[in-house]
Design a protein around this ligand. Structure first.
Ligand code: C2E
Ligand code: MG
Ligand code: MG
Length: 697
């Protein structure tokens, strides 16, 4: 068309050949006079309009039937007035059938020799098809905009060749970023190689794809979520021509999905992963540990006194405690380790890359120290401890086995006195086997009377005389030898075997007391330990009554040792039993005082005679200032309630001196005598010059 710029009517008519050439295509040639009325239309293309040349000649273009300029009509008018060339002007007409046709025209002003404007000439074509197509496209893109933010096209190599729509507006990504690249060249971070492989298979199979979600890194550290859907495009000959499709920004939807997923997989109180998410992490860890032959550990954590705090300080304080603990656990571990809350006061930890037992132990120690640090709750300084169970992955366990093993190990830590960690190992299993064997032989021990008692003297600090003894049970095991009470009393408690065992101890101790009397030992107190289970048992009073009556022992010489926890739990029961015991004439001592959580204020309501200061306070006397203060306070308080105070575990002169200076009444411990057999006790008494004339039977 540019070639026309320099032609005028004269030169054109002189080039009929050229004209003919120009008018054989879909276009036609036209001329207008100085009033812009058509004077000539020539070319095959004109026939397409459905108009006869006579309907055009002598008219201006806006006078043609049904004429209506599209779009830039004003620009076009001013162009004509200024006698300027124009290009791509589109107008619509209607032909005789009423069908609409779109015509695109370009024109060039013509001037005569004197330079006077003589009209326009130019080329025109029927662009109806193209216009309808464009309208369809417009309608389509309007539709696209409802479902999508942009549309795109790819060539046969899946290279994006066009992006159209609101991409930049919605995602801040310029279409140029996309053009020329394949979708997998856009810095996508969320799809795994196998997921891309699936997508490629679809493309190679010329299949449509739907809502492929991509997290695109736009370069400046920013990333965007988009979803694309596409359909293959085929040329008229059926050949594959590429793909076209739509895309949309889905960052907000993704955020919502993330939020929902977060809520479903996290504990709302502590924001830690919950059981479900932990299980995902654990399964992943198992898979990769198997693949790369790595080790890791699962640690179960249970707080030791959580229920007490929750009950006494309220749920809000309990919540604060849990939040604090979870933060501390998080902080003391590596970021790659997973801390989850299973519920209540139970947490579980996944320790990655634990190559040896020591690594797990170090982490467990860190956790124990993190938990035990004081926490302020309702203005009160509280301390909690935790019991940890560790299961190491050895290459064969599945999720359930690991969780179960860690749980078993945790219970073991509780049994071991809490505030510690235990490993799950086959040992534990064999230990539970050992326990079964022990339980069995303990049953037999009752039957076969394998128990005996040793007696440890309690000495009056003022006079230096033996005031009494404590009866301490021993088990002569046929294979294991002498088993100390701490190794079987807890099991006896658990299995209830303590009831017959305790009954035997009472009878034996009372009988021994009377035996000694007969041998010339002066009347001394006989202290017998009671277990919690015995204290709760209905037969206790009868058993004691029977032991006294059967042996003929003076009830005033019998002292029953109870622990704090046994008495403070059920006030009514305790009071009833203690009063009944008092009625029998026996004395009550509180054993291991200071280790439970009672106070003298609680104990003073009960008819108690003796307080035994726990060995743990005596051990570091007189060096440890705190122990000095506690022991002193217990002695003072005990005395203010007119109780006899006995110090347990006295081993050294210094300990004895300190206790003397602080007016402790009695001492018991290796310093004076270990627990000894009844025969040895008689020897001890005679050495002490205590023996009296033996009484006749
Ligand atoms: P307990 O009632 O506090 O008994 C004192 C324990 O301290 C005894 O341990 C005794 O041997 C030990 N002991 C005494 N003086 C010293 C000392 O100077 N240094 C050290 N290091 N230890 C000292 P034992 O005999 O092993 O008894 C342990 C616990 O078993 C007793 O603690 C008591 O709670 C329980 N027990 C013992 N006999 C019986 C019983 O017949 N029935 C019940 N239910 N429990 C018993
Ligand atoms: Mg005792
Ligand atoms: Mg004790």
């Amino acid at each position: 068309m540019a070639n026309f710029a320099s032609v005028n009517r004269q030169s054109m008519s002189g080039h009929a050949d050229l004209l003919g050439l120009l008018t054989v295509g879909p276009e036609w040639y036209w001329e207008q006079d100085c009033e812009l009325k058509f004077t000539l239309v020539e070319g095959q293309g004109f026939a397409q309009t459905g108009l006869a040349p006579e309907m055009v000649l002598g008219r201006r273009c806006w006078e043609l039937p049904g004429a209506m300029p599209l779009l830039n009509w004003e620009d076009h008018q001013s162009c004509l007035e200024k006698r300027q060339p124009f290009a791509g002007f589109i107008y619509r007409i209607r032909n005789t059938d009423g069908a609409q046709h779109f015509i695109r025209a370009s024109g060039q002003p013509m001037f005569d020799e004197r330079g006077v404007f003589s009209g326009y000439c130019g080329m025109a074509s029927d662009v109806t098809e193209e216009m309808l197509h464009r309208r369809r496209e417009q309608r389509l893109s309007a539709l696209v905009s409802v479902f999508a933010d942009w549309s795109w096209e790819q060539d046969q190599e899946f290279r994006i060749v066009a992006v159209d729509g609101r991409m930049e507006e919605r995602c801040g990504i310029k279409p140029e970023f996309f053009v020329g690249k394949c979708h997998w060249e856009l810095g996508v971070t969320n799809l795994l190689p196998e997921e891309w492989a699936r997508h490629h298979a679809l493309l190679e199979g010329r299949q449509p794809f739907h809502e492929l979600e991509l997290n695109i890194h736009t370069g400046n550290g920013d990333s965007r979520w988009v979803a694309i859907s596409g359909q293959p495009v085929f040329a008229e000959d059926g050949g594959f021509a590429g793909y076209r499709g739509i895309g949309k920004e889905i960052s907000e939807r993704k955020q919502n999905e993330e939020r929902i997923r977060y809520l479903a997989t996290h504990d709302p109180l502590t924001s830690l992963p919950n059981r479900a998410l932990f299980s995902e992490f654990l399964n992943r860890a198992i898979q990769s540990a198997r693949r790369y032959d790595r080790r890791f550990a699962v640690v179960f954590i249970d707080l030791d006194r959580f229920k007490t705090i929750n009950d006494s300080l309220g749920h809000e304080a309990g919540d604060t405690l849990l939040k604090t603990i979870s933060l501390r656990l998080r902080e003391c571990l590596r970021t790659s380790d997973v801390v989850a809350r299973l519920g209540g006061d139970e947490f579980v930890v996944l320790l990655h890359e634990v190559e040896q037992v020591e690594d797990a132990a170090a982490a467990a120690n860190k956790m124990l120290s993190a938990v035990i640090r004081p926490i302020m709750l309702l203005g009160q300084e509280c301390r909690v401890t935790a019991s940890l169970g560790i299961a190491l992955f050895s290459g064969v366990e599945d999720e359930q086995a690991l969780m179960k093993n860690a749980d078993i190990a945790m219970y073991r830590a509780k049994e071991e006195g809490k505030n510690n960690f235990q490993f799950y190992s086959e040992d534990i299993k064999s230990q539970s086997l050992e326990r079964m064997i022990l339980e069995n032989s303990l049953r037999r021990a009752v039957e076969f009377r394998q128990f005996f008692l040793h007696y440890q003297a309690q000495v009056d600090l003022k006079t230096g005389h033996i005031r009494g003894v404590e009866a301490l049970i021993r088990w002569e095991h046929p294979e294991l030898g002498v088993v100390p009470p701490m190794q079987f009393i807890p099991l006896a408690e658990e299995t209830g075997l303590i009831i017959p065992i305790g009954r035997w101890v009472l009878n034996e101790a009372c009988t021994q007391n009377v035996r000694w009397r007969k041998q010339g030992v002066p009347p001394i107190l006989m202290a017998v330990n009671l277990s919690g289970r015995q204290f709760a048992d209905d037969s206790l009073i009868d058993d004691i009554h029977h032991a006294l009556a059967h042996s003929g022992m003076d009830p005033n010489l019998l002292v029953l040792e109870l622990t704090e926890s046994m008495v403070i739990h059920n006030f009514d029961h305790t009071n009833r039993v203690l009063l009944a015991l008092k009625n029998l004439g026996v004395k009550i001592a509180i054993d291991d005082f200071g280790t439970g959580y009672s106070s003298l204020a609680q104990l003073k309501h009960f008819p108690i005679d003796t307080l035994k200061v726990d060995r743990s306070f005596i051990r570091d006397l007189p060096i440890n200032a705190e122990d000095r203060a506690i022991t002193r306070a217990i002695i003072d308080m005990g005395k203010s309630l007119s109780l006899t105070v006995v110090a347990e575990g006295v081993e050294t002169d210094e300990q004895k001196e300190f206790l003397e200076q602080n007016f402790c009444d009695e001492i018991q411990g290796f310093h004076f005598s270990k627990p000894i057999s009844p025969e040895d006790f008689v020897i001890l008494c005679s050495k002490e010059g205590l023996m009296q004339k033996s009484l006749p039977d």
